[in-house]
Design a protein around this ligand. Structure first.
Ligand code: ATP
Length: 267
């Protein structure tokens, strides 16, 4: 790495947007190391944009979805957490912590399967403490129906058999294909209007970097719940209503920002 690139990476700690710039840096570094695909940078930018109009915090609506998602993961017989390049670059430790907490293995599943990427992501996750990763033995992989992208290539012991799949930063095609296979899908997507968000059983509209630690915290609370109590949480959760409430929240947030901007502009 040359010194100019090093300079690029320095985000001063007192910068008002330190956290956001720091995650951006992780994605850029991830791209240079082949963890993230080039298109992953654009997906991250789209996510940032939605995060901005959600106030960059985990709101109470997302928290409801998180609680239902954790209940579903705890009740699942064969839950799997799907991992792509962006999530591996942004928060490998949280992925492992959640995987251990709900007993759901991590499966590497990529849209862009550039030569060597699976091995590099495997290393990132293993360096962060992961073991028993799925999706890594290319020769053993199988394909799921109704999907033409590389996302169709799945582990026969993982997503292929799973009853519940957590899909952070997903593309809509695969979410729809997983649904057709009667799997329950939990999406983490900052865009409440994406096809993934609209077809998932539980849609968490939040940034993955905040969602995972919140999920880990909620596992601690819900682990003491009985099966019936967990089922009640899911029964009482209405995904459609939750997405509608998120859209209302965005509209109200923009209205408020508009008022604030007018004040600054002096109109
Ligand atoms: P769909 O096919 O479901 O309509 P899409 O084509 O918009 O989705 P991609 O381009 O694959 O999907 O982008 C992935 C999604 O991930 C985007 O909707 C983006 O908002 C979201 N996203 C990006 N970064 C994050 C993040 N850090 N946390 C949560 N969601 C994110």
């Amino acid at each position: 790495m040359n010194s100019n690139e090093n300079q690029d990476h320095k985000v001063p700690k007192d910068h008002p947007r330190y956290q956001s710039l720091n995650y951006r840096r992780k994605i850029i570094e991830g791209m240079r190391n082949l963890i993230t695909a080039e298109a992953g940078l654009i997906a991250h930018g789209r996510g940032e944009c939605f995060d901005y109009i959600l106030g960059e915090k985990t709101n109470s609506i997302a928290k409801k979805a998180i609680k239902a998602a954790v209940a579903l993961l705890l009740l699942a017989k064969k839950p799997v957490i799907s991992v792509n390049g962006n999530t591996a670059a942004l928060c490998p430790k949280y992925l492992i912590e959640l995987s251990n907490a709900v007993n759901a293995p991590l499966e590497i599943n990529l849209f862009y399967r550039k030569e060597g990427r699976i091995g590099i992501i495997k290393k990132v996750l293993e360096n962060a403490g992961a073991s028993n990763l799925l999706g890594i033995d290319e020769e053993k992989m199988v394909e799921i129906k109704d999907l033409s992208s590389n996302r169709r290539i799945v582990d026969p012991n993982g997503i292929y058999l799973a009853d519940v799949v957590l899909v952070p930063l997903e593309d809509g095609d695969r979410s729809e294909a997983l649904k057709k296979l009667n799997k329950q899908v939990i999406a983490v997507d900052l865009n409440p209007l994406s096809r993934t968000s609209l077809c998932a059983d539980i849609t968490i509209v939040d940034n993955i970097v905040r969602t995972l630690p919140e999920m880990i915290k909620i596992v601690g609370e819900l682990k003491k719940f009985s099966e019936n109590e967990l089922k009640k949480i899911i029964e009482n959760f209405d995904n459609k209503k939750n997405i509608q409430n998120t859209l209302d929240l965005i509209i109200n947030y923009i209205e408020k920002q508009k008022e604030d901007a007018f004040e600054i502009l002096g109109t």
